[in-house]
Design a protein around this ligand. Structure first.
Ligand code: ARG
Length: 570
């Protein structure tokens, strides 16, 4: 089905066409009315087009109202102020539309769904624990993936793991010299991190270690069998560890093409950069300089010793994607510190004439209320610990609220509430602001939190169960009627979901969906306070039951887009 805005726009566009013929007019656009006095939707077409049409906007508005084409959607249109159209919808139309919600999918008129949207997120560096920046990238990237899929895009989720670079020479040395087998078996990444730190400490007193590391790296790069095997092993054990976390968080990828995957493409990319005179030699290195007014630092694409860099691999990645996919758009999710890197290499691919839409979705740093939440040496916050702590705290709450549940149920609920709270704390914020992470706040059952939304869902489910016990099942044939303002407000809000998802996709802002869901819960509460469901005449009971059921389904769908699970009871 079409979104509600599109259905109204279509009626108005047909009207305008009938009245003003083929004049080159600005399109009809509808927005939600800011106040219920102004109807359900508003349109400023008359003001936007008064110069083109000629004449006063109020007269244009009147002309539209008097000639509106026949339809079952609009109850009445009032003209306000200088020529606003205040649109009031028919209850019957709204009621029928609500019934289709979460049952029928949307057609998004005018959206170019051709090709693949490739989203590059999470992307940790091998042999290191993921830090909080990777956590945010993982959570936000996963949600953007779900948003785009909801709209009907074909999405490729790519984990661009950092599996290439100078650290591998050091790791190989550390592994050979200092590895503790038992510790490695118990937790490979932690042990690799430890030997890496050991390398850093030791090389302060033994600078020759640095040369040895470079030697091992060179051997690895020229295909030495033993080093290659070790490198593969580091990747394997790291991915096993990451995958445990991904599984626990309900996150998956279509490809894990790391930086090394593009290695063979880099010489060709460099050649093209030099041939097109985009990269030039500077003190032995190959560098791209940007016009002064662009205020971008020069970007090194090859070092003096012949090594390629992070930027080179990202440029090669764009080439690979253009050659191997039908790219619609490329999206990259990282923290704010990488903004310059993305500006630089995006610009370089433009200079190369590779036409493709690219978006760097960056986010701010997350902090604990009582300190910095970051990766100072030896003070990395492990994601497992974060998830465990979320779960334990959620367990306490569940145990207190619902002591009679079985141990198994309590644990399941705690895991879903804990993980959901962490994800939501991240997704519900404007991603570009710094997030302050406070356990009590994010796990609260009140306010804009996952537990509140999950609880709203479970509560509706319990109402529906109670109705069933009384022999009143949700009846899909029922008519949705509006006796109270709160019922209509809830229905109106329900119809807004697809438009919100569209906006969230355009700006890659999952927090718009969080805001929507929070508002939905509040609207449901006002409805439920004003409109008892059970013990009503059947006509009203079935109407309200259906509204409640659709609200629950919408909460589930919306939280699902944020990668958050719901619970039937909690
Ligand atoms: N591995 C990088 C890091 O941990 C992030 C990679 C982001 N993706 C990209 N295509 N550059 O900082």
């Amino acid at each position: 089905m079409l979104t509600i805005e599109k259905q109204i726009e279509k009626i108005l566009s047909e009207t305008v066409k009938a009245v003003y013929g083929d004049k080159e007019l600005k399109p009809v656009e509808i927005t939600v009315a800011t106040n219920e006095k102004f109807g359900d939707f508003q349109c400023n077409f008359a003001m936007m087009n008064s110069k083109i049409i000629g004449g006063n906007p109020r007269a244009i508005a009147e002309n539209i109202v008097n000639n509106i084409v026949a339809n079952d959607v609009i109850e009445k249109i009032e003209i306000a102020g200088p020529g606003f159209l205040n649109i009031f919808l028919k209850d019957a139309f709204l009621g029928e539309l609500v019934k289709k919600i979460t049952k029928e999918s949307y057609q998004y008129d005018g959206l170019n769904l051709d090709g693949d949207v490739i989203i590059d997120y999470s992307s940790p560096n091998i042999a290191k624990r993921m830090h909080i920046g990777h956590l945010r990238s993982t959570i936000i990237g996963d949600s953007i993936k779900r948003i785009y899929r909801f709209l009907g895009y074909n999405v490729v989720a790519d984990n661009h793991i950092g599996d290439w670079g100078t650290q591998f020479g050091k790791l190989i040395i550390g592994y050979r010299k200092w590895l503790n087998e038992d510790a490695y078996k118990a937790n490979a990444i932690e042990e690799l991190e430890r030997v890496y730190v050991e390398f850093t400490n030791q090389s302060a007193d033994h600078p020759e270690l640095e040369d040895q590391a470079r030697e091992e790296l060179k051997k690895l790069q020229s295909g030495d069998e033993e080093n290659y095997r070790l490198w593969q092993e580091f990747i394997k054990v790291s991915l096993e560890e990451y995958n445990k976390l991904y599984t626990r968080m309900g996150i998956d990828f279509d490809t894990y093409y790391g930086e090394s995957f593009y290695h063979d493409l880099m010489p060709g990319v460099l050649a093209e950069l030099e041939e097109k005179k985009i990269a030039i030699e500077d003190q032995g290195a190959k560098v791209v300089f940007f016009p002064e007014e662009e205020k971008l630092n020069p970007c090194i694409v090859q070092k003096k010793d012949g090594a390629f860099l992070y930027a080179t691999s990202d440029i090669a990645t764009v080439k690979y994607r253009l050659d191997n996919y039908n790219v619609n758009k490329l999206i990259y999710v990282t923290d704010e510190r990488q903004q310059d890197h993305f500006k630089q290499f995006f610009r370089i691919t433009d200079m190369l004439g590779w036409e493709v839409e690219k978006q760097h979705v960056w986010f701010g740093i997350m902090r604990f209320a009582d300190g910095v939440f970051s990766t100072r040496k030896g003070n990395v916050i492990r994601l497992v610990d974060l998830l465990d702590e979320g779960k334990n705290r959620a367990y306490e709450i569940v145990n207190e609220k619902n002591p009679d549940l079985s141990e198994e149920e309590k644990n399941t609920i705690a895991e879903i509430v804990g993980t959901g709270a962490i994800k939501y704390a991240d997704l519900s914020q404007n991603r570009q602001t710094a997030v302050i992470f406070e356990w009590d706040k994010i796990l609260s059952f009140e306010g804009n939190t996952a537990p509140y939304l999950q609880y709203s869902y479970a509560r509706i489910k319990s109402i529906l169960r109670k109705a069933t016990e009384q022999g009143k099942e949700v009846n899909e044939e029922a008519t949705v009627i509006f006796k109270d303002k709160a019922e209509r407000a809830l229905a109106h809000h329900l119809t807004q979901f697809p438009t919100v998802v569209l906006k969230a996709a355009e700006s890659c802002r999952p927090n718009l969906i969080a805001d929507y869901l929070f508002e939905l819960s509040k609207k449901f509460n006002s409805f439920y306070n004003a409109c008892p469901i059970l013990n009503q005449e059947d006509e009203i009971l079935y109407s309200r039951l259906l509204l409640a059921e659709r609200t629950a389904a919408m909460l589930k769908e919306g939280l699902g887009i944020l990668g958050i699970q719901t619970l039937e009871r909690m």
